[in-house]
Design a protein around this ligand. Structure first.
Ligand SMILES: Nc1ncnc2c1ncn2[C@@H]1O[C@H](COP(=O)(O)OP(=O)(O)O)[C@@H](O)[C@H]1O
Ligand SMILES: [Mg+2]
Length: 184
């Protein structure tokens, strides 16, 4: 059982806290606010990684999932910790645009890279928002990582099996993301 010190918290999303792993600087652990009762987001994401993402050929824009870890805050899901070149947390796309640290023009190329990666690997998204995308600065380049909102939210997950439907779904969510980021 891993004991999580609250000072290891790197982010708070809509359902989960994200902590650095106390013994492994490359790993983060996501724990639901009320882990004991409600671990829905972790369970859904774990299923999507296990069933659908095992065929993904590159992890250039999403973290790997390393499975369940028992913590004193409940059952957590471990992922690659997406950090900058100094090991520090990255800004989200939302923060980067809202603070003016990066402009939409500077992000046009990185956004296109992420879009084509999702399409190529048929990674279905259900919550494609600027807060779920991290900006990793690599020298003069920026690489975007989608760290949350992966998976098909439909009751009948037909798009998981029909590439044309997967593509249409990804494109639809992408258009919504563009509307969101243009307002930031
Ligand atoms: N793999 C990761 N590497 C680094 N930081 C992350 C990672 N996953 C999440 N975070 C940070 O933690 C925050 C909350 O995580 P998120 O998965 O979005 O939780 P929720 O599902 O509750 O919205 C993110 O906005 C991001 O800042
Ligand atoms: Mg989130």
């Amino acid at each position: 059982m891993i004991t999580i010190d609250k000072s290891l918290c790197i982010g708070k999303g809509s359902e989960r806290y994200c902590y650095r792993h106390p013994g492994d600087q490359d790993i983060c652990i996501k724990v639901a606010y009320k882990a004991a009762r409600n671990n829905k987001q972790n369970i859904k994401e774990y299923q999507y990684y296990r069933k659908r993402l095992k065929r993904v050929s590159s992890w250039a824009h999403i973290p790997r999932c390393h499975g369940w870890v028992a913590t004193d805050l409940g059952s957590g899901l471990a992922f690659d910790f997406i950090s900058d070149m100094h090991g520090q947390p990255c800004k989200s796309l939302h923060e980067a645009l809202a603070s003016g640290a990066l402009s939409l023009e500077q992000l046009a190329g990185p956004l296109e890279d992420l879009r084509s990666y999702l399409l190529k690997n048929r990674i279905i998204v259900c919550d494609l928002r600027s807060k779920n995308i991290l900006c990793r600065t690599e020298g003069h380049q920026v690489r975007l990582y989608l760290v949350d909102g992966l998976g098909n939210g439909d009751f009948l997950k037909i798009a998981d099996h029909v590439p044309a439907l997967a593509k249409a779904k990804i494109e639809r969510h992408w258009r919504r993301l563009m509307v969101e980021v243009e307002k930031l």
